[in-house]
Design a protein around this ligand. Structure first.
Ligand code: 5GP
Ligand code: ZN
Length: 113
């Protein structure tokens, strides 16, 4: 989608510090990390948020969670634990309207981060 920051990152038009990539999913380190590990996992196709998902996206979502598990292991937080968050809309503070999973860990997390 034109003028979508994460579509541009997925297309390589804006650089990112990549953690994982395949044909359908990209993961990259958040530019303003809230914890020692803070990675964003996005579909390469534009989906506005988790609220815009349909059954056609079931395999993609399962794959995003599989990528999250793989990254948690690679980034050393599988045993210590981690949080997966997806913000939806203004009250949740979604600032980029392209579906993303935050993978956050590497410290004890309070509920509001
Ligand atoms: P949201 O607030 O939409 O749930 O999360 C958006 C996230 O994207 C924020 O954590 C923010 O730091 C991150 N972010 C925004 N712009 C960029 C960017 O250009 N590069 C990277 N790597 N992360 C970004
Ligand atoms: Zn997009």
């Amino acid at each position: 989608m034109e003028n979508c920051l994460f579509c541009k990152i997925a297309a390589g038009e804006i650089p990112s510090n990549k953690a994982y990539e395949d044909e359908t999913v990209l993961a990259f380190h958040d530019i303003a990390p809230q914890a020692p590990v803070h990675v964003l996992i996005i579909p390469k196709t534009h989906i506005q948020s988790a609220d815009a998902l349909t059954e056609a996206n079931d395999a993609l979502i399962a794959h995003m969670f599989a990528v999250a598990r793989k990254l948690a292991e690679q980034l050393g937080v599988k045993e210590s634990g981690y949080r997966l968050i997806t913000n939806i809309g203004p009250d949740a503070g979604q600032s980029v309207p392209h579906l993303h999973l935050h993978l956050i860990g590497g410290k004890e997390l309070s509920w509001n981060n």
